[in-house]
Design a binder for this molecule. Structure first.
Ligand SMILES: [Fe+2]
Ligand SMILES: [Fe+2]
Length: 243
């Protein structure tokens, strides 16, 4: 079932839980003069996501499609979206644009962003944070909505399970448990822990997000700086050098 939750003014979480994988997938619609969808979801989810978006805006008016990195759950239905919204333009890292997205996307060249670059959709302003290999993949980046303090966090704070849409309770225990479950599965080594991981996450924590809009699991509202620093510790513990 696909559910819609408004997580900040005119920012909506569209979530589909897939029981076979014990995992939810969220896309985020920002309803604005130039509507933005962050994550498209996989192609298989496209009919559900389109229907959910259509309950909030005219899908043909979608202007921006943002995502962290090049992966099916991040941008798998980019082409399907551009078929129904021809002006919809991918917004991703410059690396993502140059290496994969402009080859994959059939309609419009992507807007390639560099670290710290900002753009506006009308009443929302977004800052792009370049985060190579965080959560994973060379081209990874995150978007921070500067007015409401929402961090579009991709796989950061990933939680398995059919969990509440929103919470102000710490999710870090659930994150640790989920990463341990991944390590014990065919999906082991989901995230890299590199010599730069801690510094990258400290920089993200420094944004002091008030809401962390993760793709998988509950949206955390509260002390986002602390949540990201705790997340860095969990990554070190689970994926860092083992004695
Ligand atoms: Fe990912
Ligand atoms: Fe993901």
């Amino acid at each position: 079932m696909t559910t819609i939750t408004e997580i900040a003014p005119d920012i909506f979480r569209i979530n589909t839980f897939i029981p076979e994988g014990n995992l939810g997938f969220s896309q985020f619609l920002v309803r604005d003069e130039e509507p933005l969808l962050f994550h498209t979801g996989m192609r298989a989810l496209f009919p559900l996501v389109r229907e959910a978006v259509a309950s909030l805006i005219d899908p043909a008016k979608l202007r921006w499609i943002g995502f962290s990195h090049f992966e099916a759950d991040e941008c798998g239905s980019l082409n399907e979206w551009q078929a129904i919204a021809p002006q919809a333009t991918a917004v991703c890292s410059m690396v993502g644009k140059m290496v994969s997205v402009d080859d994959f996307s059939h309609v419009n060249p992507a807007k390639g962003m560099i670290d710290g670059e900002e753009f506006s959709t009308g009443s929302h302003t977004f800052r792009f944070i370049s985060t190579p290999h965080v959560p994973h993949n060379w081209e990874a980046g995150l978007l921070f909505e500067t007015t409401s303090g929402v961090l579009f966090a991709s796989d950061v704070l990933h939680q398995n399970g059919d969990v509440p849409a929103l919470t102000s309770d710490s999710v870090i225990d659930r994150v640790r448990q989920s990463m341990l479950e991944m390590q014990a599965s065919p999906l082991a080594d989901y995230l890299p822990y590199t010599p730069k991981t801690e510094a990258t996450l400290k920089r993200v924590a420094g944004l002091k997000p008030r809401t962390i809009a993760s793709m998988h699991g509950s949206i955390y509202s509260g002390d986002g700086e602390r949540a990201i620093l705790e997340y860095a510790e969990v990554l070190k513990e689970v994926f860092g050098p083992q004695d």
